[in-house]
Design a protein around this ligand. Structure first.
Ligand SMILES: C[S@@+](CC[C@H](N)C(=O)[O-])C[C@H]1O[C@@H](n2cnc3c(N)ncnc32)[C@H](O)[C@@H]1O
Length: 409
């Protein structure tokens, strides 16, 4: 089956690469491991197979990355239309640690859905996915992630669930194609989960180049085979574009000053250099407020590198479309830009895009496809934030697919 490439809204397509739906079964021959309880995610990994039609070959990529000069790492790309056993050679990684956020709420939210598949669009280390499978015997999980390290950890964690779990390396804007290709005909999608942003291992591993606290080459790609890196944004964007990125994706009030300082300091090679440039560009009084001074800049550049806000609405709409009646979609977002998109897409589905004046019966023919499960969303408990400060900015929004096509009002 030949799939068309996903459509994208951005003018610059040069950095696009595969969002690779895959062929064939995906979980196989996973090794034994022990499960851990909720709120803990330490994942021994195991050799697994991976298939991809358009994904780059990354056989032994972790090893290669460690020994290959930086210049080669960034420029060498291999495209493949053949089956890729790229994770088979990866060494076990005992340090993939990520605590699933609002795990109790997520487990509870999917309890009432009919039997079928939950698409976990941001599988990560399968923290949420494994909890769902443990708690709900009527559910199966199709997990997507673009990060091969996450998939290694996830596949190991999901092994005990056998054919109740599948995983695919892809960017989640290919959700519709992957669902069509992976799920047996007639088996419904009853849930979709998006836990947006980065995982703890992505942040905590210096070599991934995401962290302002660890010095490493500027990278920030969730998919190490993607073409554009943080270094390309930091050193390649003109000053106005860079300031726009910092403002739009980071709500950074000193965007113009930071962009000017970055351009003056080029070339900027490492996360440490960038963090220091940002720190010095921010007025001293402002540096003392609101956490690390480079936090918003790093968030903004990461979002730009991974095109996070471009792919989110595409994937969310596809997930809502895919849901069977009574199915639920849940989104955990971590900053205002993400949450605005989530609200907009859910609102559109709730109203069907009705344009009639409030209070009057709908005459425009709009059709609602979901109902919201709790207006305004939910946030983590103080206890959870105390135990896991990375949960602090989380907001959970959810909706349920309507049983039949219903008029908006
Ligand atoms: C916050 S982590 C998810 C953690 C997971 N819920 C768990 O409990 O282990 C987000 C994951 O989503 C992946 N991700 C983010 N954006 C993605 C996208 N557009 N397509 C595919 N994967 C994405 C990241 O690589 C990361 O592994």
């Amino acid at each position: 089956m030949t799939l068309p490439p996903p459509t994208h809204s951005r003018k610059d397509r040069t950095t696009r690469r595969s969002t690779s739906p895959v062929e064939g079964p995906l979980i196989r021959s996973l090794s034994d491991h022990t499960m851990e309880g909720p709120y803990s995610a330490r994942f021994p990994s195991s050799p697994v197979g991976e298939t991809s039609r358009r994904a780059p070959v990354i056989r032994g990529a972790a090893d290669e990355r460690a020994h290959r000069p930086r210049r080669l790492r960034r420029t060498r790309r291999t495209r493949s239309t053949e089956r890729v056993a790229c994770l088979m050679d990866r060494p076990p990684d005992p340090d993939f640690a990520h605590r699933p956020v609002m795990a109790d709420e997520i487990v509870e939210l999917f309890a009432p859905v009919p039997a079928g598949w939950v698409v976990d669009a941001t599988l990560g280390g399968a923290g949420h996915a494994s909890l769902l499978l443990e708690a709900h015997s009527h559910l199966k999980v199709l997990g997507l992630d673009q990060d091969p390290d996450a998939l290694v950890a996830a596949r190991s964690r999901l092994e005990p669930f056998g054919d109740r779990a599948r995983s695919v390396r892809t960017r989640f804007d290919a959700l519709a194609e992957v669902v069509a290709q992976e799920l047996p005909p007639g088996e419904p999608v009853v849930g979709a989960l998006f836990d947006l942003g980065v995982s703890s291992p992505q942040l905590d591993r210096a070599e991934r180049g995401f962290s302002y606290r660890l010095d490493a080459p500027l990278d920030m790609r969730m998919d190490p085979a993607a073409t554009r890196t943080a270094a390309d944004v930091v050193n390649g964007y003109d000053e106005a574009d860079l300031a726009r990125v910092l403002r739009d994706h980071g709500d950074e009030r000193f965007a113009a000053r930071i962009a000017k300082a970055v351009v003056a300091a080029r070339p900027v090679a490492t996360t440490g250099e960038l963090a220091e440039i940002v720190r010095l560009a921010i007025p001293a009084a402002a540096r003392r407020r609101g956490g690390h001074p480079a936090k918003r800049t790093f968030q903004a550049i990461r979002i730009e590198v991974n095109e996070e806000l471009d792919v989110l609405p595409v994937a969310l709409e596809a997930a809502i479309d895919a849901l069977a009646p009574g199915g639920r979609v849940a989104v955990l977002s971590y900053h205002s830009g993400e949450d605005r998109i989530v609200k907009r897409v859910l609102r559109q589905a709730e109203t069907g895009g009705c344009t009639c004046p409030p209070g009057l019966p709908c005459a425009c023919g709009a059709v609602a496809t979901v109902r919201p499960l709790r207006r305004g969303g939910r946030t983590p408990s103080p206890a959870e934030v105390a135990a896991n400060p990375r949960a602090a900015s989380a907001r959970l929004r959810a909706a349920q697919k309507l049983p039949t096509v219903e008029a908006t009002r």
